[in-house]
Structure formats: structure tokens, C-alpha cells
Design a protein. Structure first.
Length: 600
RNA sequence: GGGGUGGUAGCUCAAUUGGUUAGAGUACCGGCUUGUCACGCCGGUGGUUGCGGGUUCGAUUCCCGUCCGCCUCGCCA
């Protein structure tokens, strides 16, 4: 077997005159006639042109060269020389070529379903790419992503190790805690009728590691949530999971800010300035989102006070609504003329768009060149024109979009509309890295259906230090010590200071409707651990896949995972999930409730 | 679970709105080509139009069902 002396990306003019062996895949094959064949040989480092001079070569080399086709895996040995023809400036190795004296064919490739050319990738259906992932991953762009992901992992270990964090593994087979996301379940063979759950996160284990005196823990771990995927969400994903003892919220946020600043410098050479903080209520009121994209304007204005004066029925009805002490409201977005014009077709489509988020519709009006209101609800606004313009600081040519409803619905719908408008008008600037901390989340949201409070973050999140009294007196107003890190409108990390006292933890469990019995059964080990001298602690978890997505400039999470799953949780390459034998089920003490599909 | 969208040659797409033998590029096969480099030129193989029904003289096209991919709402403590 020929052993390579260089990678395909390496050869330069300085190597000319050496005998070189390259290994790789035939990227292209260019037959020039009786005497001359070119091929580009590709490995993970790049491309190098191989030339076969068939007049001088021995017959078996000629035969081998003639038989080569795309994606055959070969080795070529020969003289590396400066190109006889013009150099190819598009290739790093474009000044040289390898004159084949010996060719070893490791393996031929049969007819290819897809070609691993970068320029083909966006055109090919993902279904096919996922089925033949081993070919898809041969693309230089995919190879690059895999290696960028590796660099992120390397930097992560280096940074946190440098901050005296210890990498500790936690179990994959744990028990189900039906709070939060749906668990993946695994039947136990040794305990008939019992089930393991796969972890949604190592949350409780890392807290217990703090009780265990580890002080600073991290883990790069797989987490599993049996929920429907999205473009930026997989059921099986990776987290950079962290926990620290003897810290308050700012201590954690400082360490984590340092991490992303270092990571962006390392990966992109970008200096990320001090990451600013925004309270949740500010984020919701100004951006209609708990993960605001601050790269562009279009902030939400609250015009509830004015809206009540204009006699527009929809506004009056919305303002009369009330939920959890919050009155209904009217939110307005001023789309400045300078940002571009919204067509009638666009504004018409926004009504259906906001209905997705349970809002009734969008009220539209526009300020004409002469300063009068025109179109939409102009006649209602005209009587309060001066106040209205002043409140919004609106100028001639501006379009005003308004959403009215319950506060939650109005801000959510207006926030989504804001993103939609920015996208439609291409108003999101490229090349910006807007990091942001969102803090002071409510501890609880009220679930009308279940008639109970539910933890907004998770039930181990501590209230802010000055908020403990509110836990009992006014849970709806109680603000937590949680914090999310947001990048360009995407949540890339979340965490909190945890409850480290049993009495507080029990209060929270009680508030979310867990009886003492439930709490003991599900989380008794945590309550017990907290009783044994638990230190104050808090932590964070980064979504690794999303970090890599941002760093690689893709908005498809499957691009940054070597073997991702589809929207229905399938792996198209190995055809999972799949059927199992009756014998296997018997061992697991599991009986079928549905007839299983015949194996494909 | 809901909404949207797509499925035609190995791959990417087309088919004049229901009408003759379903076309093109690419890949593949054959021939030509001694400086190409996403080589070029000539020729060729290749189709259960996702699957199952229905309407019709006739269905890629219309209808019903179903499967699969993608986007999205719900969901994601």
C-alpha cells in the first residue's frame, strides 16, 4: 500500500523536484486525449492536480488512469513538478502538479447518487443528502464545519479548564421527571415494569456536584428532549453545561461573557464588547421577545393611552381586556420611509401572519408627504393626529403598524411582526454580533388550563435576593435570578442562580402544584442533598449546536451536526427508528400496543 | 395535533394549465480530443411521474386517502 508523504492541500512550488505520494478521492477527471489525463485529487486539506502522461507511463498505470472516475479512492506516487501549463490561481496548489508514475486504486466508487461539490450542496434535497451523509460530508464546506465545531470544543475545554472548572460526566440513564419537556424512555430489563429516562439536561446532577464540593463543573454533553424539531432545534443536541459554587448572578455572567468573547476572538478574530443587560420586561415591551434582535430598530411603542381616544372599536376591545393584572394594550411599529416601502400586498399579508400568534390583525396607517394620515385606519387616527405623531416621533412617509390585544399576545405578535418586517425590507445588517443578557425573568407564569403556576425557567431557579418575600405574597410579580444570553435574536445560553435551601425549594414546588409527596418522590434526592450543607450555586448551559451555527453562518442546525435527524425524528441513513424482535421486547417486559411496520 | 409547501431519469429541474412517444442540464456508458482545471465536442443508456384509490375516451396535471422531506404554530421546565 502506498503511504502518503503529503496531503493534497500541501504541495507548493518549493516541493517541486520531490517524489511525492498523495492519497484521496478523485474529485474530477479530465481526459485530454490519447496521451494526457488530468485529475484533481481531493483529501480533507484540499485539491491537487495529478497529470498522467500516458505516452511515457507503463501500461498498468495507463489502464488505471483511464479507469478512474469521480470519488474513486486512490493513491498516486510520482514527481511533483511546476506545472507545464498555466497555473490555476483558484487552487492553493495551483502552481504545481503531480506527474503520476504509480497509481494504486484502493476502492472504486459505484455510480454516485450525489456529488460532493460545494456548489451543488444548496441545490440537492436534504433528504438525499442525509441518506448519503458519508458522501455529503465529503464536501469541503461540510468538512470545514466539522473542524470548526472541533475547534469550538477545544477552546471550550481550554477556557473553562483555565478557569479551574473540572470536566465531569453524568449518567445517561436516569429517571423520568415529567416536568418540562417530554422524556425519551428506556425500559429496564432488570427491573420489570420500570423505566429509565434519557436526560433533558444534567441539571440536577450538576447541582448535586456543587453539594459534593466540586465548586466548578463543566461538561460537553448530549441532551435529549422528545419534542418536535425546528430549523434550529433537534431532539438530540449538545450542551456546554456549567455550574459554579459561591457565586451570585454577576459572577456567573462575567465568566460566561469571558467565554464567548474569547471564543469569538479565537474563531473569528472579532472583539466582542462588554455584553449589556436588559430586563425581561424591557425586552418584551420594546422588542416583543425574550430574545431581542437588536441589530435594527423598529422598536415597539406602547400607544395604549392614545389608542383609547380614537374611537376605533378593535382598540377599545383590546384595552378592556385584562390578564394577571395586566391590561390589554396597543403596540405600534413605525416603519420609517428610509427603510423602504411596504407594499399593499405585504401589509395585507401581515394580518394572517399575526393570527398565527393569536392576535386578531394588524391596523395600518401611513403618513403622507403632506403629513396627513392615509389608508387603513386613517380616519380614526386623524382626530388625534398631532399627539399620535408626537408619541411615535413619526415622519411623513412612515408606515405605522399596530397590534392590539392582551398584553402577552400583543407584544408577542408585534415582536414577531417586527422581525417579519425587517426580513421583508432586508433591514437586518450583516456582519453584526449583538450579544445581550436578558435578566429578571418572572419566576412563574400562570397556566389557566391547569389553574396553577408553572416555573418559567425551571423549578430550581432561585428568586432574586430581594424577591424571596414575594414567593408567598405575590408569586406573579416575583422576579428570578435567571439569565439568558442572546445573540442576534437567538437564545444561545440560559442559566440561573439555583435555590440552595430546602425550605425555599419546597415553597417553589408547592407553588407549582407539587404535593410534598410528589416532590419527595420525584426530587427527594435533591431536597435531601440540599439539606446536607449545599453551597450557594448557579450555572449556565450553552447550546453548542447553535454556537457553531452562528460561527459558521448557517441557519440550519442539521448543517453543524454530522448525523442529524429529520423533523420526524428519523435518521435517513441508518433508517432509525426501526422495528425490534418480539424476543427483545419480552426481555424488556414490554408488550406491543400497535402492530409494528414491516422492516423496509 | 394544526397550518403551509414540495415529491417527475442516479441528482437538479421542465412539461404550453386534462391530450401524440414525459424533455433539458448534470452524472453514468461509448467515441473524439496533448495543457485542461465546474475542460470541450459527438453519440447513447436511463422513467411504476412517492404510494393506493377515484373521475375521465385519456391523468405528471383534477379529486380522496396515505407515506416521506422542509418551514411553521402548539410544544421545547
Amino acid at each position: 500500500m502506498l503511504k502518503r508523504t503529503h496531503t493534497c492541500g500541501e504541495p507548493r512550488a518549493t516541493h517541486a523536484g520531490n517524489t511525492v505520494t498523495l492519497c484521496g478521492w478523485v474529485n474530477t477527471y479530465r481526459d485530454q486525449g490519447k496521451g494526457l489525463v488530468f485529475l484533481d485529487l481531493r483529501d480533507r486539506d484540499g485539491l491537487c492536480q495529478v497529470v498522467c502522461d500516458l505516452e511515457d507511463a507503463p501500461p498498468h498505470v495507463v489502464a488505471a488512469a483511464r479507469s478512474l472516475r469521480r470519488e474513486d479512492c486512490i493513491a498516486v506516487k510520482g514527481l511533483l513538478r511546476k506545472r507545464a501549463g498555466d497555473p490555476n490561481l483558484k487552487l492553493a496548489t495551483g502552481e504545481v502538479e503531480l506527474l503520476a508514475a504509480e497509481i494504486e486504486v484502493f476502492n472504486k466508487a459505484i455510480d454516485l447518487p450525489i456529488l460532493p461539490d460545494d456548489h451543488d450542496a444548496p441545490k440537492i434535497n436534504e433528504e438525499i443528502r442525509l441518506k448519503y451523509r458519508y458522501l455529503d460530508l465529503r464536501r469541503p464546506s461540510m468538512q470545514k464545519i466539522l473542524r470548526e465545531r472541533h475547534r469550538v470544543l477545544q477552546y471550550t475545554r481550554q477556557y473553562f479548564s483555565g478557569q479551574r472548572f473540572t470536566e465531569i460526566e453524568t449518567p445517561l440513564l436516569i429517571k423520568s421527571t415529567p416536568e418540562g419537556a417530554r422524556d425519551f424512555l428506556v425500559p429496564s430489563r432488570l427491573h420489570p415494569g420500570d423505566w429509565y429516562a434519557l436526560p433533558q439536561s444534567p441539571q440536577l446532577f450538576k447541582q448535586i456536584l456543587m453539594v459534593a464540593g466540586c465548586e466548578r463543573y463543566f461538561q460537553i454533553c448530549r441532551c435529549l428532549r422528545d419534542e418536535d424539531p425546528r430549523a434550529d432545534r433537534q431532539a438530540e443536541f449538545s450542551q456546554i453545561d456549567l455550574e459554579l459554587s459561591f457565586v451570585d448572578r454577576s459572577d456567573v455572567m462575567d465568566v460566561m461573557s469571558g467565554f464567548v468573547q474569547g471564543l469569538w476572538k479565537e474563531m473569528l478574530g472579532v472583539d466582542v464588547p462588554t455584553i449589556t443587560r436588559m430586563t425581561w420586561i424591557d425586552a418584551m415591551n420594546r422588542f416583543g421577545s425574550d430574545k431581542p434582535d437588536t441589530r435594527f430598530g423598529l422598536e415597539l411603542h406602547d400607544i395604549s393611552a392614545l389608542a383609547g381616544k380614537c374611537g376605533f372599536k378593535v382598540f377599545d376591545e383590546a384595552l378592556a381586556k385584562s390578564r394577571l393584572g395586566k391590561s390589554g394594550c396597543v403596540k405600534a411599529i413605525v416603519v420609517p420611509a428610509s427603510m423602504g416601502q411596504l407594499t399593499r400586498k405585504m401589509t395585507d399579508s401581515y394580518a394572517d401572519f399575526v393570527k398565527t400568534f393569536k392576535a386578531g390583525g394588524v391596523a395600518v396607517t401611513k403618513i403622507s408627504a403632506t403629513g396627513t394620515f392615509e389608508t387603513g385606519i386613517a380616519k380614526f387616527v386623524e382626530p388625534i393626529a398631532a399627539e399620535f405623531k408626537a408619541a411615535l416621533n413619526a415622519q411623513p412617509g412612515d408606515t405605522i403598524l399596530m397590534v392590539a390585544d392582551h398584553w402577552e399576545i400583543a407584544v408577542k405578535a408585534a415582536g414577531e411582526l417586527r422581525l417579519k418586517v425587517a426580513d421583508d425590507l432586508k433591514a437586518v445588517p450583516a456582519g453584526m454580533w449583538n450579544f445581550l443578557w436578558v435578566i429578571d425573568f418572572p419566576m412563574f407564569d400562570f397556566d389557566e388550563e391547569g389553574n396553577r403556576w408553572v416555573a418559567m425557567h425551571h423549578p430550581f431557579t432561585s428568586p432574586n435576593p430581594d424577591q424571596f418575600d414575594l414567593l408567598e405574597s405575590n408569586p406573579g410579580a416575583c422576579v428570578s435570578a435567571g439569565y439568558d444570553m442572546v445573540l442576534n435574536g437567538s437564545e444561545i445560553a440560559g442559566g440561573s442562580i439555583r435555590i440552595h435551601r430546602t425550605d425555599v425549594q419546597e415553597k417553589v414546588f408547592k407553588l407549582i402544584g407539587l404535593t410534598q409527596e410528589d416532590a419527595d418522590r420525584k426530587f427527594g434526592f435533591l431536597l435531601s442533598a440540599l439539606r446536607h450543607g449545599a453551597p450557594p450555586h448557579g450555572g449556565m448551559a450553552f447550546g453548542l449546536d447553535r454556537l457553531v451555527m452562528h460561527l459558521c453562518g448557517t441557519n440550519n442546525i442539521r448543517d453543524v451536526i454530522a448525523f442529524p435527524k429529520t423533523q420526524s425524528g428519523g435518521d435517513l441513513m441508518i433508517d432509525a427508528p426501526g422495528p425490534v424482535d418480539d424476543e427483545q421486547l419480552k426481555e424488556l417486559h414490554v408488550r406491543r400496543a400497535v402492530t409494528q411496520k414491516a422492516p423496509a
